[in-house]
Design a protein around this ligand. Structure first.
Ligand code: N01
Length: 534
């Protein structure tokens, strides 16, 4: 029984990350809006991920909002690739500047959603006992918000701290004099470890799969460069939407296979030095589509690793050989490979000798026990579906989303799920997500959603749903485009293969943001093809 009175609003937004904040702003001109946020502050990903070294891997001049000209003119980023505190500060600035805080209820996670088919309303129940009835729900719950921690036994026996990087204490951690065990060598681990290694007595890295890592080239933001962007923001923001999310890299027109070995080396070296993260992935037209072209770039990076890391055994262990570069999201680092030249860093292969358990002394693999004081897990996320699946969501006919998605997510355009009317997702499963740039494309998805909601009132409807046929069509599209790229050759959170036993297949739309927007706009213009409005 709810103790608080039931409230009624037009729209509930779930999550006060970057997309959620913009959704509040965009929708509340015409609608009453309440936003529920699990954290005690705004910023989503950039609120939770406060581990040392957390930093964006896309230039801040483009990884920022474009919806307000004054905002983008006034705001200054201190560095090319902003660190977490600056991103969190920016989220707070936006919340204040646009007066969003009165719509946001912090530390108040949504726990249950139930659709009332008689009235076409959602009933939203939260951790603090709020019960809000609304016409529409916009779930901006984040693609990477639910941490994945493998269920190794013995957690209770280990007397030290075991931390996941997404649950980092605000006051930070002093690793001085500590023996630190670090599990996970993805984008997060690569950022955190070099900083921890500088403090810790010893850092033991437990690596299951080595990562391809490119230097970020981070540096203080150049005033002239910032001025160039500010003078020209509108077309530049447009260009972001017309590329796969990064406009600051060069997209050449030649295949790797048409270049001589000397030309390739020169192009790749230029890309490596470019200070433009991700340049290597588009060094040639076919890096992301052709295994032979891709392998040329892989070998270039392996040779970089061999030239940076002094110990040849460690260098070979760090060389990825089992998947193509870009098959998983490329890691962007600052001194990651160099870190292995420190005397206080050890690399342990836990692919051939897996981790078995936590112990009273540290961590045990199938072959040895490693004495440790602190264990950090950067073991990734129950990505894309996790944040929706943990909410008890009940659609038409009492069907639960968790049951409907038991074998993997089904969506239409990544935006809606059949049988769950009036519920929109931003960066949901089967959207471009991290294959585009999350702030700009999140804004685009919010605008698209706002347009759909506005059309409902204009056309006199109160319910919009999609159909299993439309979901099947979208699944075919998502799978078809995934067959054209090298992503399918890597196990990652893109295809649910980062977590043992997770079902779902390919969950990221890799057909490019321009195609995604064309199909989404096309569906609307084509009389809401794939949707049912009533
Ligand atoms: O997570 P991940 P992440 N035993 O899933 C290992 C974004 N991001 O948090 O590769 C041992 O990539 C796992 O091993 P393997 C970005 O989109 C952006 O690092 O599965 N190891 C892997 O090494 C990124 O893609 C930024 O074999 C285990 C690691 O843990 C996404 O977030 C910064 C294991 C997880 O890597 C996720 O990155 C950070 C086990 N049982 C993140 N289970 C920037 O903007 C997992 N691992 C820069």
């Amino acid at each position: 029984m709810d103790s608080k009175p039931v409230e009624t609003v037009d729209v509930v937004v779930i999550g006060a990350g970057f997309s959620g904040l913009y959704a509040i702003h965009r929708l509340r001109g015409e609608h009453s809006v309440v936003c529920f946020e699990a954290g005690d502050g705004v910023g989503g990903t950039w609120y939770w991920n406060r581990y040392p070294g957390a930093r964006v891997d896309i230039q801040s001049v483009e990884y920022s909002y474009g919806f307000d000209e004054d905002l983008q003119q006034e705001w200054s980023w201190p560095e090319y690739f902003s660190a977490q505190p600056d991103l969190e500060r920016y989220a707070n600035h936006v919340a204040d500047r646009f007066g969003l805080r009165d719509a946001i209820r912090l530390s108040n996670p949504v726990q249950r959603l139930r659709f009332d088919a008689d009235t076409n309303h959602w009933h939203v129940h939260t951790g603090r006992g709020d019960h809000v009835v609304c016409r529409y729900v916009v779930a901006a719950t984040g693609a990477l918000s639910i941490p994945n921690v493998p269920a190794w036994p013995g957690r209770d026996r280990f007397p030290g701290k075991i931390l996941h990087t997404t649950e980092w204490p605000r006051e930070g951690i002093d690793f001085s004099g500590q023996r630190v065990g670090f599990i996970g060598t993805g984008s997060t681990g690569i950022q955190a470890m070099p900083i921890i290694a500088e403090q810790a007595d010893h850092l033991t890295v437990f690596q299951r799969t080595p990562a391809y890592c490119m230097p970020s080239g981070n540096r203080p933001l150049d005033a002239a460069y910032e001025a160039e962007w500010k003078a020209d923001y509108t077309p530049r923001r447009q260009r972001i939407l017309q590329t796969w999310g990064v406009s600051t890299i060069e997209y050449p027109s030649y295949s790797a296979l048409d270049c001589t070995p000397e030309q390739r080396e020169e192009i790749l070296e230029k890309g490596w030095q470019s200070k433009s993260a991700f340049q290597l992935l588009v060094a040639f037209t076919d890096v992301q589509t052709d295994r032979a072209a891709n392998e040329i770039v892989c070998e270039f990076v392996r040779n970089k690793i061999r030239s940076i890391v002094h110990d040849p055994v460690v260098a070979e262990r760090l060389c990825p050989t089992t998947y193509p570069i870009g098959g998983k999201r490329l890691c962007i680092g600052n001194g990651y490979y160099e870190m292995y030249n420190r005397d206080n860093v050890t690399l342990v292969d836990v692919r051939s000798v897996p981790i078995v358990e936590f112990t009273e002394n540290g961590l045990r693999t199938a072959e040895a026990e490693y004495p440790l004081d602190v264990i950090v897990t950067a073991t990734g996320f129950d990505a894309l579906t996790g944040s929706m699946m943990r909410i008890d969501i009940e659609g038409l006919g009492g069907v639960k989303l968790a049951d409907k998605w038991a074998e993997g997510p089904t969506t239409y355009l990544g935006a809606m799920v059949a049988g769950f009317p009036n519920l929109f997702m931003i960066h949901g499963p089967m959207t471009p997500g991290a294959q585009a740039q999350m702030i700009t494309t999140g804004e685009w998805q919010v605008n698209w959603t706002a347009g759909v909601i506005a059309d409902m009132a204009r056309d006199g409807y109160t319910r919009i749903d999609t159909t299993p046929d439309a979901e099947a069509w979208w699944a075919d599209e998502v799978n078809a485009v995934s067959m054209a790229t090298v992503h399918r050759f890597a196990d990652s959170w893109y295809n649910a293969r980062n977590i043992e036993g997770k079902k779902g297949g390919f969950m990221i739309y890799v057909g490019g943001f321009p195609r995604y927007t064309a199909l989404s706009n096309g569906a609307v213009q084509d009389g809401y093809k794939g949707f049912v409005r009533s």
